[in-house]
Design a protein. Structure first.
Length: 381
């Protein structure tokens, strides 16, 4: 459950100042299998009319490799074709079909296609609900994803509605961990809607005292969020509220704080989806700009060895991204784990410099909104 919490915590809580947005997503695993090999396996699967589950598995592996290679549109194309082939099988394969939509949503948000991202996340929920055998826990966790999506796209009212609904149903079904997760998410809304840190902390404190060994991860997560809310943009937080906890610290270190950074808004930015943008302020626009950034999280939670492994496109934005990574603070390792850990936790993240597409007033042509965002996806298991 802690792994689920880490993934659910990542996106909304990594909020940046109004000038920019840096958002983390769930982890994917990088494999060393060449793209050509995965494509051959994918094509062979289709040629011999493999089962929907096999088709989906082959597509996910192939599209993930394309994404890691920076071929975002090709990755989404492969996913879209598989969705068309397999969406009808959601009653028999609800989880597999939902994974297609989840993968598509991740690629879409890195492209900057917020509309497609929203649609994909909603269809994750719809696919799970279509299952002949319904897994209520899976559905509720997907609805929390949908609430996070609404918050990310600036709709806190719908986010709150979805979280309240999920909490009621989780409580009725005896799913106490999921009910507590929804409380955790809702506690953030005062901060996101009106910047009220005190109100958010007041809602989080009772969660740190929830009873039961099964809710230990929830209590830790609440303390993590209190640390984040208590910190200043220019000063690393006081970890006493976290280290004084009777619950053990997670062995997978959680991001606690990131330094403030700013990316200037590009005014009157009108890059249509099928054209390359040109703007000196944006360093050549928002298309095809990404980098893989490696770093090591030390036992005390500080970061070192920040390295750009590879990048694509104009790199004018990269010093901001690497500086933000270098200044992060993660939760410290538990003492036993820290004593056995000499090298620290080595991680690789994909950072994409992007901006959302939207319809311009008086036109049907979709264009970038000119607000820079750095989308982040963990590429390490």
């Amino acid at each position: 459950m802690l792994a689920v919490l880490v993934a659910l915590l990542a996106a909304p809580v990594a909020a940046a100042p109004p000038e920019a947005e840096a958002v983390s997503g769930p982890t994917i695993v990088v494999t060393a299998t060449p793209i050509a090999t995965l494509k051959a396996a994918h094509d062979r699967c289709l040629q011999f009319r493999c089962t929907p589950a096999e088709d989906i598995a082959a597509t996910l592996a192939y599209s993930e490799a394309l994404f890691v290679a920076g071929e975002y549109k090709a990755a989404r194309g492969a996913l879209s074709r598989s969705i068309r082939r397999n969406r009808q099988f959601a009653p028999a394969e609800p989880v597999a079909v939902s994974q297609l939509y989840r993968a598509s949503s991740r690629v879409s948000i890195h492209i900057g296609d917020a509309e497609r991202y929203s649609t994909d996340v909603r269809r994750i929920v719809r696919s799970l609900k279509a299952g002949t055998i319904r897994d209520e826990a899976e559905i509720l966790l997907a609805e929390i994803e949908a609430a996070d999506m609404k918050l990310k796209l600036g709709d806190p009212r719908t986010s709150d509605y979805l979280l309240r609904s999920a909490e009621r149903r989780a409580t009725a079904a005896g799913l106490t961990q999921i009910a507590a997760i929804t409380r955790l998410r809702r506690a953030w809304l005062p901060y996101f809607t009106r910047g009220d840190r005190r109100a958010a902390i007041a809602q989080l404190r009772p969660i740190t005292a929830l009873p039961g060994a099964d809710l230990a991860a929830i209590r830790i997560a609440a303390r993590v969020l209190i640390v984040r809310l208590s910190s200043k943009p220019t000063k690393a937080p006081d970890l006493s509220v976290l280290t004084a906890s009777p619950d053990p610290l997670p062995e997978r270190q959680i991001l606690l704080w990131t330094p403030e950074f700013k990316l200037p808004r590009i005014e009157n930015f009108g890059a249509a989806l099928d054209r390359r943008a040109t703007s000196s302020a944006a360093g050549g626009g928002f298309q095809d700009k990404w980098a893989d950034i490696a770093f090591r999280v030390r036992a005390d939670g500080t970061v070192d060895e920040v390295t750009v492994l590879r990048s694509e496109g104009n790199a004018a934005w990269l010093p901001i991204a690497t500086g933000q990574v270098a200044g992060r603070l993660y939760s410290p390792l538990p003492r036993a784990a820290a004593a056995a850990d000499d090298a620290g936790d080595y991680r690789i993240e994909r950072h994409t410099y992007t901006s959302y597409f939207g319809s311009k007033k008086g036109s049907r042509v979709r264009a970038r909104d000119g607000i820079p965002r750095i989308e982040v996806l963990d590429l390490t298991a």
